[in-house]
Design a protein around this ligand. Structure first.
Ligand SMILES: [Fe+2]
Length: 489
């Protein structure tokens, strides 16, 4: 009898293992259903004091981490437009000053406060600085710590969030991350405020979002990626400039990486090289053999109208050209970890936004494999999913080889658009779970990437319904350049 029971248990175990191996894990965790409701407009009121600076946020200001862009909004007057800063261990009278050039923007019937961006340069690595904004009763003081000098075995811990919005669930996600004492900077994969959910894209909700996240963004850099909710393209109300509120409010150091747009850029931080791409800007296609103008097709030997071959060979979109030049610059002996942030995921087995990242994947995936990108972080889909290391680069339109295959040079793709915004959860996973999908769960949460050295990093995903230290999914990641072994979670 005992032997028969043992056999049955063994059989069940074997079947379970087989199931996991074939299709990854779809979590059986059932999230408590909650309404996705924004916090009240006065949940994070402006700070007290006359013309007090608000919505304070910082990001890296150069390519290697010795500069910080400090951004804030003053509601009533553009002056003072100064940031005073000093090394924490220096006497307080040793203050330096940097100036902003205040701007405002109009969006339909909304007029922003005075938006300030001041870049402070020449900072020491691994050093705590205080900074002060405003004057009189509106004076506010904050601090940040610069990253360690760039180097191959420098440990560093990133928080990862996306699609945050400003609901009660967003608040849980955010507070969970803030409660983690180890996070040193945030990799944010796009979709910030969801102001566009409101009539006329009520930009007051950009202000409330800036105040909501200030208690983290004022103290550690958030590395920004633009999502579709940053577009704010609304020609029906006369707003025809894409990314207008986002680009006024969130500056990034794109010129430091020779980018021509703040929507795509790179930075180095500690042992990591971070490339940010834009899913909502042209990423181009190489017109190497034949080309099309409008609906008229021209063979390659034809130089086109007026013998003008401008559109034929070697003419790419700016983002394409930039990325093509950028990837060979990454020196893995200096920054072993190569991480890409973008908004619309390439490997997503959720019914929501299915295949939306496909055209960008077709364009850029061979480069990611060639350059051994370690991790690709995306948002957009409001749940969590982690892929196996797979690629799908062998396909052409006649060979039929269209299935992803395991590839040790490929990134792990992580979809983490699970910040908890007003649009709710994405809970329609495609069945059966594809073999490229290692773990997926329809819950809100955030992640921590704890880089240990050039070979190892520990990744953990934390669902909101657990306490923050609980990791619902975790993986020891091995660096693709220095330690390209297979990982097992
Ligand atoms: Fe999105």
């Amino acid at each position: 009898m005992g032997g028969a029971v043992s056999m049955v248990i063994l059989l069940i175990l074997l079947l379970n293992i087989a199931g996991i191996c074939n299709g990854g894990v779809t979590s059986d965790y059932v999230r408590k259903t909650e309404a996705s409701v924004d916090m009240p407009i006065d949940a994070f009121p402006p700070p007290s004091g006359y013309n007090a600076p608000e919505q304070v946020h910082i990001t890296q200001g150069d390519h290697s981490g010795r500069s910080v862009i400090i951004s804030w909004v003053t509601p009533l007057e553009q002056y003072p437009n100064l940031v005073k800063y000093w090394e924490a261990k220096s006497p307080i009278e040793h203050k330096f000053k940097a100036q902003s050039r205040p701007t405002i923007y109009k969006y339909y019937n909304y007029i922003s406060g005075y938006i300030h961006h001041a870049t402070i340069n020449g900072l020491k690595y691994n050093t705590k600085y205080f900074y002060e904004l405003g004057s009189g009763t509106g004076t506010r003081r904050f601090w940040f710590t610069t990253p360690p000098e760039v180097g191959p075995d420098v440990p560093y811990t990133f928080g990862i969030m996306g699609d945050l919005g400003q609901t009660y669930a967003s608040n849980t996600t955010f507070e969970h991350y803030v409660s983690n004492q180890n996070g040193q900077a945030v990799l944010f994969v796009g979709d910030l405020s969801y102001a566009d959910h409101y009539p006329f894209h009520d930009n007051v909700r950009w202000d409330t979002w800036g105040r909501f996240v200030e208690k983290s963004t004022a103290y550690q850099p958030w590395i920004w990626t633009a999502g579709n909710h940053e577009l704010d393209y609304a020609p029906e109300i006369g707003e025809k400039i894409p990314f207008k509120p986002y680009m006024h409010r969130y500056h990034v150091p794109y010129r430091a990486s020779h980018s021509t747009s703040p929507l795509w850029y790179s930075i180095k931080r500690a042992s990591t090289y971070i490339i940010v791409l834009s899913s909502y800007s042209a990423y181009g296609i190489k017109l190497s053999s034949d080309f099309v103008i409008g609906l008229k097709f021209f063979p390659a030997e034809d130089k086109g109208p007026n013998n003008n071959n401008m559109l034929v060979q070697g003419k790419y979109t700016p983002q394409y050209e930039w990325l093509q030049n950028e990837l060979p610059k990454v020196n893995r002996a200096e920054t072993p970890w190569l991480i890409v942030l973008l908004h619309s995921p390439w490997y997503n087995s959720n019914g929501y936004h299915y295949m939306e990242g496909e055209s960008m994947r077709v364009m850029f995936e061979p480069w990611f494999v060639d350059h051994k990108v370690d991790i690709v972080l995306a948002g957009h889909v409001h749940s969590y999913e982690r892929s196996e290391r797979v690629s799908n680069v062998q396909y052409n339109i006649t060979n039929g080889l269209s299935s992803p295959v395991k590839n040790h040079s490929a990134p792990v793709y992580i979809t983490i658009g699970d910040g908890g915004n007003i649009e709710g959860i994405a809970n329609r996973f495609i069945e059966p779970q594809p073999s490229y999908s290692a773990y997926r769960e329809a819950s809100f949460g955030h992640a921590i990437l704890d880089i240990k050295n050039r070979t190892h990093a520990h990744f953990t995903w934390h669902r909101n319904h657990d306490s923050e230290p609980v990791a619902a999914d975790s993986l020891w990641m091995f660096n693709r350049y220095w330690n390209p072994q297979e990982e097992n979670n």
